[in-house]
Design a protein. Structure first.
Length: 471
């Protein structure tokens, strides 16, 4: 069972940094079903190839198990044909790369580079046509080599096991995620029991691409081995992510699918996080706390940058913290990486010594969920008690709401928003905070400014205040 990954990125040996596997030595890993070997048959400045070889022990897989022995338990294609075992090996051996972590070269993680992945024997239950339907929408060039089932009997047709090569300019993390999900889908089989946790795996590794994939329903059903309850739940969530279905709105959640649908077109989430990270880096912040961290999207961006020595996420919702832990792959992080991140359950309404002593605090789309008495309490906790050197606050700009056709006049972006301020109202609140607690504040907008058909400028969809402590 073989997977080879080749790049012509300059220098090509950067592949070693991304995979966390040194080109100058071979490495071996024990797996539940055999052993995995990683080596580099070529490692030059212009071309580099890493190979993952899985040495499966088909006899060992059935040894000691009760039940009648059959010939196919011992004589099968497991040692050479790619299967869900290869997907498991990718997660085990290349888990750090799959998670998008590269401490020595963090810039490489998000850089699309020319990559080619080859698997000489991959079962494709659906043939080359299905292979192309799965990989071409993701931007790959696909090559498939079919082989006769038996050269002595041409009338038997082609084997379901074909040689596969896909190439494209993508990030290594995306390539590994695509392979992890789609190899079992093509094989249409898994070697282990599929439980409820497989839905979370699929959604995690399909984040950013699966919801928009034209074959998402086929992928979900095959990945989950046609377990209808699991597949239906997964498909429902994918449709909501893509805006194809009306989602239920939880008043306790800080995420409203109607708001996300509008913001998705503008990539506001990414823009907010990018601006916040840029401000933190420019101010030399090393220790940062994300107050109201939700499901960990911003935490993931912060953790991916070694510049930040300590990242703390706090939220009042246990379920959001569970999702954040899963998104951050906390259980699989290397020890040094794991020491940098911490998740805690807590409320902004009460003094909490765990959030004190940080260089900066972030309240990203949080304050609008608090009514006036609770906002006052949270303001006291953050600015008077925790009093970090820097506080970044983002909140919706109410004036921009007229730009979204999905919002009726006077409606808020989320049913749980207690208010949405105009730019003047936000500036007035910021000035009051500065006067009371000894901070200065710079306000700005995030996102493209809007102009109504009658020429009225309504500002940016998100407004941000950067508070700096002066006393």
């Amino acid at each position: 069972m073989l997977l080879s990954i080749t790049t012509t990125h300059a220098p090509a040996t950067d592949l070693g940094y991304l995979l966390h596997k040194h080109p100058d030595r071979a490495q071996t890993y024990d797996l539940a079903f055999g052993r995995a070997h990683v080596f580099y048959p070529e490692a030059g400045e212009s071309r580099c190839t890493a190979c993952l070889v899985i040495d499966v022990d088909p006899v060992g897989l059935v040894r000691g198990k009760p039940g009648e022995r059959t010939l196919d338990q011992y004589v099968n294609d497991r040692p050479y044909a790619a299967s869900s075992m290869l997907a498991v090996a990718i997660a085990r051996v290349f888990g750090t790369a799959l998670s998008g972590i590269c401490k020595p070269r963090p810039d490489l993680v998000t850089t699309p580079i020319p990559l080619e992945a080859s698997i000489p024997a991959l079962p494709c239950r659906g043939g080359p046509e299905l292979l192309r339907r799965l990989f071409e929408p993701l931007g790959y060039t696909v090559s498939a080599v079919t082989r006769p089932l038996d050269t002595a009997f041409p009338s038997w047709g082609d084997s379901a096991v074909i040689g596969v090569s896909i190439s494209g300019t993508v990030t290594l993390t995306d390539l590994l995620s695509h392979l992890y999900v789609l190899i079992p889908v093509l094989d249409n089989e898994k070697h282990y029991w599929v439980g409820d946790d497989e839905v979370a795996k699929l959604l995690r590794h399909g984040e950013g691409w699966l919801a928009r994939h034209p074959e998402r329903e086929l992928i979900a059903r095959r990945f989950l081995k046609y377990r209808r309850n699991l597949a239906d739940e997964c498909i429902r969530q994918l449709r909501e992510q893509d805006g194809d279905a009306q989602a239920d709105i939880d008043a306790e959640s800080t995420v409203d699918p109607r708001e996300e649908e509008g913001e998705r077109k503008l990539s506001l989430h990414q823009q907010r996080h990018g601006v916040i990270v840029s401000v933190l880096e420019a101010r030399g912040v090393r220790r940062v706390v994300d107050l109201g961290c939700g499901e960990g999207h911003l935490l993931r961006d912060l953790l991916s940058r070694p510049f930040f020595e300590k990242v703390l996420g706090m939220d009042v919702a246990h379920r959001s913290l569970e999702i954040a832990a899963d998104r951050l792959h906390l259980e699989r992080l290397p020890p040094r990486q794991r020491e940098r991140i911490e998740l805690i359950h807590g409320s902004l309404l009460y003094r909490d010594r765990r959030i004190e002593g940080f260089d900066a605090a972030i309240l990203c789309e949080v304050i609008e969920h608090l009514d006036e008495p609770r906002l006052e309490a949270a303001t006291e906790v953050v600015f008077r008690v925790a009093k970090p050197g820097l506080v970044i606050v983002t909140t919706p700009n109410r004036e921009y709401n007229v730009m979204w056709e999905s919002l009726t006049a006077g409606a808020t972006r989320h049913k749980d928003h207690r208010f949405e301020w105009s730019r003047d109202e936000f500036r007035a609140w910021a000035d009051t905070v500065c006067a009371r607690f000894g901070y200065s504040c710079e306000t700005s907008g995030i996102g493209d400014p809007g102009i109504t058909p009658d020429g009225h400028a309504v500002g940016c969809p998100t407004q941000m205040g950067v508070f700096s402590r002066v006393t």
